[in-house]
Design a protein around this ligand. Structure first.
Ligand code: ZN
Length: 237
């Protein structure tokens, strides 16, 4: 095996590793999870806004309800007193006056109660439907998290095997070329440290080489590979 062949075998292995890493970071499930999680945030704030808006109306409703109970009890008391045989005419007039007043208040409290109730009803329906949606979202999120964990574990296993398989390949590459390649590789942040040139473009960064560089490339030998002037990957002749 000449040194260029050994390098090519290493580059192929690194391409595979890159591909699997790319798969892992671009899982459709991961993307869906990201979208879902941001939707969940907006649903959560929708829920808290609704609850907050309902709070004062609920307080008014419960105030109106207690007033209705209170006034109903008072009315019963007054009606008993009106019916009592011992009452004097003066007392009867006073009781009747209070009863009229209580009836007015009771009517008012009852109609307020209905108003608050009607105001709350559509909000409660909305709350119910948003909560239902939130529940579905939580279930889907759990499913997605599980799938992402499973797929990532499988891809990690695959990656481990590929990284281990790379060890003998790198040992096959002669030292000066290996160092050159590893340096180019670390300059591009890991991944693949060499690239082919296809239609005058570096396959690593897709930059078109100048005619001068194309000429230089033609003259390179395996012991003297040139780097891409843009990304620094070794250009494979
Ligand atoms: Zn390049």
């Amino acid at each position: 095996m000449d040194s260029l062949e050994t390098l090519n075998a290493l580059v192929d292995a690194d391409r595979w590793i890159e591909r699997v890493r790319g798969q892992k970071s671009q899982l459709p499930e991961l993307k869906e999870l990201g979208v879902l999680e941001s939707e969940m945030k907006s649903v959560a704030s929708q829920l808290s806004e609704l609850n907050e808006a309902m709070l004062p109306i609920k307080a008014e409703l419960s105030g109106a309800t207690s007033l209705v109970i209170q006034m109903t009890e008072r009315r019963q008391e007054l009606e008993h007193r009106l019916a009592a045989p011992s009452a004097t005419p003066k007392e009867l007039v006073a009781v009747q006056t209070e009863l009229d007043h209580v009836n007015t208040q009771l009517n008012y409290a009852q109609s307020s109660e209905v108003e608050y109730f009607l105001e709350l009803e559509p909000m409660e329906l909305e709350l119910e439907s948003v909560s239902e949606r939130a529940k579905e979202m939580v279930a889907r999120r759990n499913e997605l998290r599980e799938s992402v964990a499973e797929l990532s574990a499988t891809l990690d296993e695959e990656l481990n095997a590929l990284v281990q398989g790379r060890v003998p390949l790198i040992e096959n590459v002669p030292t000066p070329l290996r160092d050159l390649y590893e340096r180019a590789r670390s300059n591009v942040g890991g991944g693949v440290g060499a690239a082919r040139v296809v239609s005058g473009r570096c396959e690593g960064c897709h930059i078109e080489l100048s005619p001068l560089d194309v000429d230089r490339l033609k003259k390179t030998t395996e012991s003297n590979l040139m780097p891409c002037p843009e990304c620094g990957r070794l250009l494979l002749p």
